[in-house]
Design a protein around this ligand. Structure first.
Ligand code: MN
Length: 227
């Protein structure tokens, strides 16, 4: 029986579904209106928190800046509840872009509301098309779970080329997590919980590369942890 991977619904869903399938998992797109998070937890072997618009800054105790673009109604609550349940149950979790931000906020961290207006000299992290366009490199921490899974892709200096479609980023990292990749401008590009079965978040979009397989090992590592 393949592991059932719950995926929160989002606008660009197809590439997540295909990436999970190609890694041997069975994608199950969740229904925010019909399935309470506690019920979802009984039906999945792993959780994939995907990309999307911004989390309401009230979740981390800030007033919204002028650049905020809020996500669909109900999505913050649903995903933060799910992330907290998954953390408490040690359910394998892969978090992508907004998902990484949800994971961090759910665990008590905070966000930078807008990179461009808050970080002088930051790289361009909003390269929108094509979805797999390489935007910048990231430096991956040797010995991390992410490093282990991406080893074949990394250069000798642990560098990896990624796409980038985010205007927000992690600020304070939640307790229990480690930063495992950064962009050359210091923006956090990945975190993980070293003591979890599998709890990895990346700020880029590995799902957009399923045709060429650049990040298949990341999805395979995730699905394997869900067995
Ligand atoms: Mn980026």
């Amino acid at each position: 029986m393949p592991s059932v991977i719950g995926i929160s619904p989002c606008r660009l869903l197809a590439d997540y579904v295909e990436s999970v399938r190609r890694a041997g998992g069975e994608p199950r797109v969740l229904d925010i209106a019909a399935e309470p998070p506690a019920q979802v937890m009984t039906a999945i072997n792993g959780l994939l928190l995907p990309g999307g618009a911004d989390i309401d800054p009230a979740w981390y105790g800030e007033e919204p800046s002028a650049t905020i673009r809020l996500a669909e109604a109900g999505r913050d609550q649903f995903e933060i509840d799910l992330a907290r349940l998954a953390l408490a149950a040690n359910l394998p979790t892969l978090a992508v872009c907004r998902g990484l931000q949800v994971l961090n906020v759910a665990a008590g961290g905070t966000l930078l509301q807008d990179i461009r207006s808050q970080i002088a000299g930051a790289l361009d992290h909003s390269v929108e098309t094509p979805l797999y366009a390489i935007a910048h490199e990231v430096w991956v921490s040797r010995g991390s779970r992410l490093w282990t899974l991406l080893q074949e892709k990394l250069t000798e200096s642990e560098v990896c080329q990624v796409n980038s479609r985010h205007h927000q980023a992690l600020k304070q990292i939640a307790g229990g997590f480690e930063v495992t990749a950064t962009a050359p401008d210091g923006i956090v590009e990945a975190i993980e919980r070293p003591d979890a079965k599998f709890c990895v978040g990346v700020q880029w979009h590995p799902e957009n590369f399923w045709r060429t397989g650049e990040f298949r090992s990341l999805f395979e590592g995730f699905v394997a942890a869900c067995e």
